[in-house]
Design a binder for this molecule. Structure first.
Ligand SMILES: CC(C)(COP(=O)(O)OP(=O)(O)OC[C@H]1O[C@@H](n2cnc3c(N)ncnc32)[C@H](O)[C@@H]1OP(=O)(O)O)[C@@H](O)C(=O)NCCC(=O)NCCS
Length: 172
């Protein structure tokens, strides 16, 4: 399956089914709605600052992914009979072979395994893409993100920096 056509389903802790699939251009409104439902704390942890509004250029960056150097997945749950984006993960290649990862799940759906599922599928795509390492900066106290990395099965190293924990995960 090509990365841009990626789709998989997972069962969450509460028994619900979540679809994890490649981000599509038509997801713009759904992605912004998920951001709109997220708390200041979650947005701070994702963007390292109080961020609620985005310029069109910023949204374009998040939506127009090439599925080579920038790969993005969304998690969808069925709500009132229609699929709703409740989270997403992405990686952006920096230096060759290494990509920075980022995750977000809206507050109402955290703690049910969606972040862990997004990680599993993002790792599969990163491996398919021939990457060697994933890196992330995590704010101190962000136990959920550190747990998602810790249970990924990947060998990891962490380095405490002044404002964040720098995590390096080995894919190879
Ligand atoms: C980090 C994040 C993506 C994890 O997604 P998630 O769907 O909540 O993750 P999971 O449900 O797979 O949970 C992973 C672990 O974290 C724990 N966890 C989830 N939310 C938590 C919280 N608010 N506080 C403490 N632990 C939490 C879960 O219990 C689970 O641990 P367990 O397996 O020991 O039970 C999500 O919490 C989030 O969007 N946070 C805000 C944005 C952010 O921090 N992004 C990361 C920037 S790099």
């Amino acid at each position: 399956m090509r990365a841009k056509d990626y789709s998989a389903t997972e069962t969450l802790r509460d028994g619900r089914t979540v679809e994890i699939r490649a981000l599509r251009p038509e997801d713009r409104a759904g992605l912004l709605a998920a951001v709109g439902r997220s708390s200041d704390k979650s947005l701070y942890r994702r963007f390292f600052g109080f961020k609620r509004g985005f310029t069109d250029q910023e949204v374009d960056f998040y939506i127009n992914v090439d599925f080579v150097d920038h790969v993005a997945l969304v998690a969808l749950l069925e709500e009132d009979g229609r699929p709703v984006i409740v989270g997403g993960s992405r990686y952006v290649v920096g230096v060759p072979g290494q990509a920075e990862v980022a995750f977000a799940v809206d507050d109402a759906h955290q703690g049910q395994g969606i972040g862990t599922a997004l990680m599993r599928h993002l790792v599969a795509l990163a491996r398919d893409g021939g990457l060697r390492e994933l890196v992330a900066d995590v704010l101190p106290g962000n136990t959920a993100m550190l747990k998602v990395f810790g249970t990924s099965g990947l060998v990891s190293t962490t380095r405490q920096e002044p404002d964040a924990i720098h995590v390096v995960l080995q894919l190879a």
